[in-house]
Design a protein around this ligand. Structure first.
Ligand code: OGA
Ligand code: MN
Length: 283
């Protein structure tokens, strides 16, 4: 690297100008910090998630779902989603977004199930997926400063002469069978500004294609702590995540067992999931 003491090895590909791969950019403690944030604070309203349009804002999903999970385990109650028994210690949410310690309607579902079905959350400027546009009328919290600082440091290889200003991020949550279809991120104005993409948890296949769907994509693995930048020509390339690998032996995961005991529930989650933080400068 030329300047600013960028501290990681960076890989590029001749056939994909504007694409940068920074393996193992984040250490174990730092990864655990962002995994915790992604599960506890990032899905908090006013940030929107895939559940917001259906249930309205849901506060403290992670903590409330953990309570369900621990009571389920200690009771040895089978995790039966159609179980109508209200005395099972779980919190339920109904179609109006009302949360209750009992299953009020046959359509109410446990919060632990909603956590399992959490697919995305948006940070900073909020996004209207139906219009594929930022909706500046939606209430939002500014991006956490620590995440802005990290993103602008990581973005340096793609923009050595100016600073990256993180204004929005999408947090993607992948379970065993989840994938992200081929797409272009074309909602932001200035494509010279990179997308900064950080991966946590299970290994994934990332496909990087070209400006149309006809281009044959390049496949690569993304692992926990890896960072990818898409800038310039690569910013306009189709890409997707066709699958993740949930390995019972966790061979591809960092050894999170060195983290303090309060991390246990997060380790249980991330051993079977992947989280991707996708950070953007909108203007
Ligand atoms: C996205 C995206 C890639 C990944 O959120 O737009 O492309 O690695 N994510 O999950
Ligand atoms: Mn994308």
């Amino acid at each position: 690297m030329d300047d600013k003491n960028f501290q990681w090895p960076v890989f590029t590909m001749e056939q994909h100008p504007g694409f940068y791969f920074i393996p193992e950019a984040l250490g174990i403690e730092e990864q655990m910090h962002w995994i915790k944030e992604s599960l506890t604070t990032f899905p908090q309203p006013p940030n929107r998630t895939n559940h917001t349009a259906v249930y309205g804002p849901i506060f403290d999903l992670w903590n409330r779902a953990q309570k369900d999970l621990s009571e389920t385990t200690s009771d040895n109650t089978p995790d039966n989603e159609s179980n109508k028994n209200s005395a099972d210690g779980k919190s339920y949410i109904d179609a109006n977004g009302a949360i209750s310690g009992e299953q009020q309607h046959s359509t109410s579902i446990p919060l632990s199930v909603l956590l399992r079905k959490l697919r995305w959350a948006t940070l900073g400027l909020q996004f209207d997926w139906s219009k594929r546009a930022y909706d500046l009328s939606l209430p939002y919290n500014k991006m956490p400063q620590k995440l802005c600082d990290l993103a602008s440091k990581l973005a340096e290889p793609a923009m050595p002469d100016s600073e990256f200003h993180a204004e929005a991020a999408i947090v993607n949550y992948f379970g065993q069978d989840d994938m992200l279809g081929g797409h272009l991120d074309d909602m932001e104005k200035d494509w010279s500004k990179p997308i900064v993409s950080i991966s946590f948890g299970c290994k994934a296949i990332f496909l990087l294609g070209g400006p149309t769907r006809e281009h044959k994509p390049t496949a690569m693995f993304l692992r926990s702590g890896d960072v990818v930048l898409m800038a310039g020509p690569a910013r306009g390339c189709f890409h997707g995540v066709p699958r993740i690998f949930v390995d019972p032996k966790q061979a591809d995961l960092p050894d999170f067992s060195t983290c303090d005991p309060s991390c246990k529930t997060f380790i249980d989650y991330i051993n079977r999931s992947r989280i991707n933080l996708n950070i953007r400068q909108v203007f």
